[in-house]
Design a protein around this ligand. Structure first.
Ligand code: NAD
Length: 495
């Protein structure tokens, strides 16, 4: 296997790091060296921001008609599809996720790009034409300027594509800071953007650590906005840093989603959705359905069947077609997940499945944990409250609708929740009461690009996807126009 060598991507070309340092990524599944990235410093960020700013100042991108921006986004989507297998391989190897899901992510990224292209055709304002015969009010939207896109390691492509095509559609040049663990696909995308014909300086990537590259990007005076996806801890730091210059910030942060299953649901469908919701991406997912809230009357039977199904989930090497759970991202994260499992046991929850590192069948050099289930979990347990980011499901029972809603909302987070019932009235009423940016009804992790995505409470602020996802990258301007002769306000000062 050849090791992939990458530099930064700045002003339409690969560029070596000024300080000459490198960062290596080893496979979380088997330990082999996968890639070598440039370890950027503040000086690299400054070069990238200067390229983006010069493009913005010349209006060479923001003045391009939306229809033309849309055509280039369409080309980028085509190129992503052309290189889908290569991109999926990088994603699966660097993250440790199953190749089958990585392929889905690549195609979803192309889909988001096409949707964002449709928005570029339709950037609208408002005209207030009935203010009086001699007055006209216009509300228009302008590209914000240079945007820093800081993304995490769990869904390197999808997290990027909930931002990038919208920023480009809005007319903004970007500097991307991918996770130092999974920078490969962002660099490949920047190369594809250049191939598609986007101008140099529009899509820049500076790789390296958050402390060095992310920090400089957030502080940079020429960065108009930082759009961040990652942990709530780092999100708070970014908001604090950006506050110095009131740099605009959008934050997509952590979650602790509940899947609420009522006794009158299609329980077979719910079993599938609940299991998928917690195993996808090894549970390293901001909207992972990590808390099962189940109506007491059906709980025992449901959990028994869930455990039976969970035993059949295939944990394996990322590139094997049948794998459904791959490797966790790194050794410290494996330790953290195992530590939460210990905490769960000590707090008195009952471990009914999994809970250990898996090392058999070729997994000995990777960080693997299978589906893990705790029953008897109480709201005061840490495993109920804190983001574990592994394939760990906590089961809590409820008796009434009110109790179910209270349990679901008993968290600092508010990114997503799911609910399962055949009663339409209950589905609508409960979804209205759930405090989260997304609610899945009788399905899980299924959505469409038109629907905005984002958090309530400590899951962040701002929205991605949908029309809101475009508006994030635009400033609103009001223009009041006086037509014809103006009556002086200060007639006594006239000569
Ligand atoms: P993280 O917060 O550690 O890092 C995210 C990114 O921020 C990385 O690129 C990192 O290098 C950078 N960074 C770190 N410190 C920084 C600083 N001081 N200034 C600027 N940038 C800095 O998150 P992670 O561990 O990569 O990802 C997992 C987290 O992301 C989880 O909490 C998960 O819930 C969250 N997440 C949220 C969403 C969402 O849409 N809400 C999606 C995916 C992941």
């Amino acid at each position: 296997m050849s090791v992939r060598q990458y530099e930064h991507w700045i002003n339409g070309a690969a560029r070596a790091p000024i300080a000459g340092q490198r960062v290596e990524r080893h496979s979380p599944a088997h330990g082999a060296l996968l890639a070598s990235f440039a370890a950027g410093t503040a000086a690299d960020v400054d070069v990238a921001v200067a390229a983006a700013k010069s493009l913005h100042d010349s209006a060479a991108w923001s003045s391009v008609p939306g229809s033309e921006r849309a055509k280039l986004l369409g080309k980028l989507a085509d190129l992503i599809e052309r290189d889908a297998e290569h991109l999926a391989l990088i994603e699966a190897e660097e993250v440790g996720k199953p190749i089958t899901y990585a392929r889905g992510e690549v195609l979803w990224s192309a889909e988001l790009t096409r949707y964002a292209a449709s928005l570029a055709w339709n950037i609208q304002g408002e005209a207030y034409s009935h203010l009086g015969e001699d007055k006209l009010g216009l509300v228009t939207h302008e590209a914000r300027g240079v945007v820093g896109l800081i993304v995490p390691w769990n869904f390197p492509l999808v997290c990027l594509f909930q931002k990038l095509p919208y920023a480009l559609a809005a007319g903004c040049p970007v500097v991307i800071k991918p996770s130092e663990l999974t920078s490969g696909t962002a660099l490949e995308i920047a190369r594809l953007a250049t191939e598609a014909g986007f101008p140099a300086g529009l899509v820049n990537v500076v790789t390296g650590t958050g402390a060095e590259v992310g920090e400089r990007l957030t502080r940079h005076p020429d960065v108009a906005m930082v759009s961040f996806t990652g942990s709530t801890r780092v999100g708070k730091q970014i908001a604090a840093t950006a506050a110095a210059d009131l740099t605009r910030v959008a934050l997509e942060l952590g979650g602790k989603a509940a899947n609420v299953v009522f006794a009158d649901a299609d329980l077979d469908a719910a079993l599938d959705g609940v299991l998928f919701g917690v195993i996808l991406n090894q549970g390293e997912e901001c909207v992972a359905g990590t808390r099962l809230l189940i109506e007491e009357s059906v709980a025992d039977d449901f959990v028994e069947k869930l455990v039976e199904r969970a035993r059949r989930v295939v944990v394996g090497l990322p590139l094997q077609a049948e794998t459904q759970i791959g490797a966790l991202i790194h050794a410290q994260h494996l330790e953290s997940v195992l530590n939460y499992i210990e905490i769960g046991k000590q707090e008195g929850a009952r471990l009914v499945l999994g809970g250990e590192r898996l090392t058999g069948n070729g997994l000995e050099n990777g960080y693997f944990v299978g589906p893990t289930l705790f029953t008897g979990v109480k709201p005061e347990h840490r495993i109920f409250r804190e983001e574990i980011f592994g394939p760990v499901l906590t089961v809590t029972t409820f008796k009434t609708v009110e109790e179910a809603v209270a349990l679901a909302n008993d968290t600092d987070y508010g990114l997503g929740n799911g609910l399962w019932t055949k009663d339409v009235d209950k589905a609508i009423r409960v979804s209205q009461k759930l405090q989260s940016g997304t609610v899945f009804v009788n399905t899980y992790l299924e959505t469409s690009p038109q629907l905005p995505f984002g958090g309530f409470k400590q899951s962040g602020y701002g929205r991605e996807n949908g029309v809101d996802g475009l508006r994030e990258f635009m400033e609103t301007k009001s223009t009041f126009i006086k037509l014809g002769a103006r009556t002086p306000v200060l007639p006594n000062t006239l000569g």
